[in-house]
Design a protein around this ligand. Sequence first.
Ligand code: HEM
Length: 401
Amino acid sequence: SPFWNIPGPEPKSFLLGNLGELLQKPVGLAEFEWQKTYGDVVRFGAALGTDQLMIADPKALQHILQSSGYGWRKSPVRREMARLTSGKGLAWADGDVHTRQRKIMLPGFRAPETKFFVPFFISSAEAMCSVWKAAIAKSGSQSDVFNFPDYISRATLDAIGQSEEPLLSRKNFDFWRTRDYHTICWAMYELARQPKLQAKLRNEIQAMEETIADRGNSDFTLQDFEEMPLLVAMSKETLRYYPVAIHLYRTASEDDRLPLSKPIVGKSGKIITEIPIPKGTQVIGSIQAYNRNKDIFGEDSFEFNPNRWIEGRVQTDTPLGVYANLATFASGMRSCLGWRFTVAELQAFIVVLLRNFQLESTPKLAGIRRESALTMVPTIEGELDKGSQLPLKVTLLPNNL
Ligand code: HEM
């Protein structure tokens, strides 16, 4: 193996190497363990006795995703999966076809367009709240428990259908909204678990509502969202801690040398400052592990804490990604086109839900799992057969009674 000198876990079997741990454990767990033991570049066993690299090192990721252009291509297996799930669209295209398709799609995803989508996001979230209000009224009480993925997945399908209808096929709506609605679910999970954070955010929302009323507008705009520090911090922290796209699969199309942010000590005891890469090498970019990098996000990077953004504690000398130096939306020429859409939609859903309801945990949440199902979805330990689950208690706020 060209990577014999790179430290990493012993393969569990010839057939699957370490892929079982990587793909079947709750999302991120294997990567976090490897990162802690071996660092940000790890050699692990892939199928049939082959070696692969897991990359969370900022400079190496920056090189693969940004600086090398099409030097590192999306792996053929992933492209085929994209073709099967969403057709011969942007996630499948490569080289010139990719450049052309991306140019055509870009006008649907810039900041001005996103501004116009916000009313769609708000109305989709409000429609979902009306369904909950009707169910609560029917139950004769002031609260009820709802399985969030069931509802948020439909509301986000509404939102993406209304806003991107001229650009994307129905198959594409379904593909991309799976990412949005988990992101939103994970944000709601944290808000339900952290009542003080929820109350603080609600105060910020109510203060902004007064400002909006004073200036004679009827509802929030994108600019209002951007002027709410805790809402922005909550969005960044959700996308950092719960990056729903799990891995980035890339293949070197030429021989290359991978630069590293931090040298690693090889198995031979020698210091490695860059890694020679033969053409055809496959690597997995670990979004999960990069997003927990302590040098960038702080010593408490394994805690969910939006304050890190407000206190300005996130810093790096290796810019990566399209939003907040996160790997969540990848980086460079294949970075996510929908990132502005997602951030604005997440913010709209948080605002609408918190101005209508109080969210609370339920006992089942003790068994929550970060499940890998193409994207990262919440499931409950021992109840995988029930699919994605996030049951939260929803109580009408006094102004809604
Ligand atoms: C939280 C939500 C989302 C996350 C975390 C996310 C993440 C990503 C990532 C990591 C990639 C790169 C995949 C790769 O190259 O291997 C990507 C690509 C892409 N995303 Fe997103 N995405 C999200 C939502 C969306 C939405 C809502 C849309 C559309 C409305 C969208 C449209 C795209 C497109 C078109 C690409 C392909 C870009 C290209 O290959 O040039 N994404 N996304």
